[in-house]
Design a protein around this ligand. Structure first.
Ligand code: OSB
Ligand code: MG
Length: 374
């Protein structure tokens, strides 16, 4: 397979409501869309998960734009590869510390490869499920009572798991209010996005009484040893997100016992090739798995849903329908939730959802095209 043309677009899309985490507030999602063409009429699409400002990791929309246009695209376009993993073998060394930028290219290659073979992406990745359970992430905005109301509303709408963003000063009261409001049978998790410190261990141990499914990324990304020390003090399982961007990070998580659960985001770890290796490594190491999200549009969500269709992802992910974040998505038709689950798009090849070209054009703020030399 040979990529003849790469088109990188930046679009800006307003969120239905601002999403607040320990890193700050997002009201408009700036994001990059990658489109590849093979010169035989097939295209592959992917979304780069980097945000407008650094915080979650160091990569941003602007750094990923530069990485892709300056370093990756000139090498990737025109390259002959057997399969999508070949792209990463060929270009991985060009951007070792930019997994989000790499992932956009790699994941678009998977969509392209799947469409060339006429297979759903989920099937090419080894997925077997026809539906995946939906989970919702609730931001930090509002009083504990308001978050509890939002959680109750999410349960009414069918979500199978609720994740609450927390940070120092906005944690125990929120979790207590939500647990009281939704009852003991609802699966609840929290995500600190690295906002706690080693001095907070006693405070975090107070979360044990709420029977959370897990505590996601309480400490900074680099502090694997701190997570290991904290895990020994907690009944609740620790889940890592930001701390694991490479298979080596996952090996260290397992050997240090820095947590029992991994949030896999293909866009964070450099794409599906690494994500699939992580699945094997995690399973061998006794780590539970789920698929996370990064406020994606339907294009990125469809990639995540395809990955979540693998049997290995035993816990509900941050996989919500199009109308969770967007008044109008950039795919047509949008992803919808039925009985608390999303249908894996298996009826069409590749990611199985169609980018709404007209809408994407109208939202585009910059475009760059790279063509193979004739
Ligand atoms: O930490 O999982 C995270 C969104 C942006 C950046 C980081 C995270 C998140 C979420 C949102 O939690 C999950 C979603 O996309 O629904
Ligand atoms: Mg997280």
């Amino acid at each position: 397979m040979r990529v003849q043309r790469l088109t990188l677009r930046e679009i800006q899309l307003p969120l239905r409501e601002s999403f607040v985490t320990a890193f700050g507030s997002v009201t408009h999602r700036r994001l990059l869309l990658m489109e590849l063409e093979d010169g035989e009429g097939n295209t592959g699409w992917a979304e780069c998960v980097a945000g407008a400002v650094p915080g979650y990791t160091a990569e941003t929309v602007d750094s990923a734009w530069a990485t892709i246009t300056d370093r990756l695209a000139p090498e990737a376009v025109g390259l002959e590869v057997e399969d999508p993993s070949g792209t990463i073998a060929a270009i991985g060394d060009l951007a070792p510390d930019e997994p989000m930028a790499r992932a956009a290219a790699e994941m678009a290659c998977w969509d392209l490869a799947a469409r060339r073979e006429g297979l759903p992406l989920a099937e090419l990745l080894g997925g077997t499920r026809a539906t995946v359970p939906a989970g919702i992430a609730l931001g930090l905005a509002g009083t504990p009572g308001e978050v509890a109301e939002a959680a109750a509303d999410a349960v009414r709408r069918g979500y199978r798991r609720i994740k609450l963003k927390i940070q120092p000063g906005a944690d125990l009261d929120v979790v207590r209010a939500v647990r009281q409001r939704v009852g003991d049978d609802v699966a609840l998790t929290v995500d600190g996005n690295g906002s706690y410190r080693r001095a907070d261990f006693d405070h975090l141990a107070a979360l044990d009484e709420f029977q959370l499914q897990m505590i996601e990324q309480p400490l900074p990304a680099a502090d694997l040893q701190g997570h290991a020390d904290l895990q020994r003090r907690l009944i609740t399982s620790i889940c890592l997100d930001e701390s694991v961007t490479t298979v080596t990070d996952l090996d260290r998580m397992i050997s240090l016992k820095a947590g029992r659960v991994l949030n896999v985001k293909p866009g964070r770890v450099g794409g599906f090739t690494t994500a699939l290796t992580m699945v094997e490594t995690a399973q061998a190491g006794g780590i539970d798995l789920w698929v996370g999200g990064m406020l994606e549009t339907g294009i990125g969500r469809a990639h995540n849903v395809a990955l979540a269709s693998l049997e290995a992802f035993r816990l509900p992910g941050d996989l919500s329908p199009s109308n969770r974040y967007w008044e109008e998505d950039i795919i047509d038709p949008p992803l919808t939730m039925e009985s608390g689950a999303l249908r894996v798009p298996l009826a069409a090849p590749g990611i199985g959802v169609a980018p709404d070209q007209e809408r994407i054009r109208s939202l585009t703020t910059r475009v760059q095209e790279v063509r193979a030399a004739p």
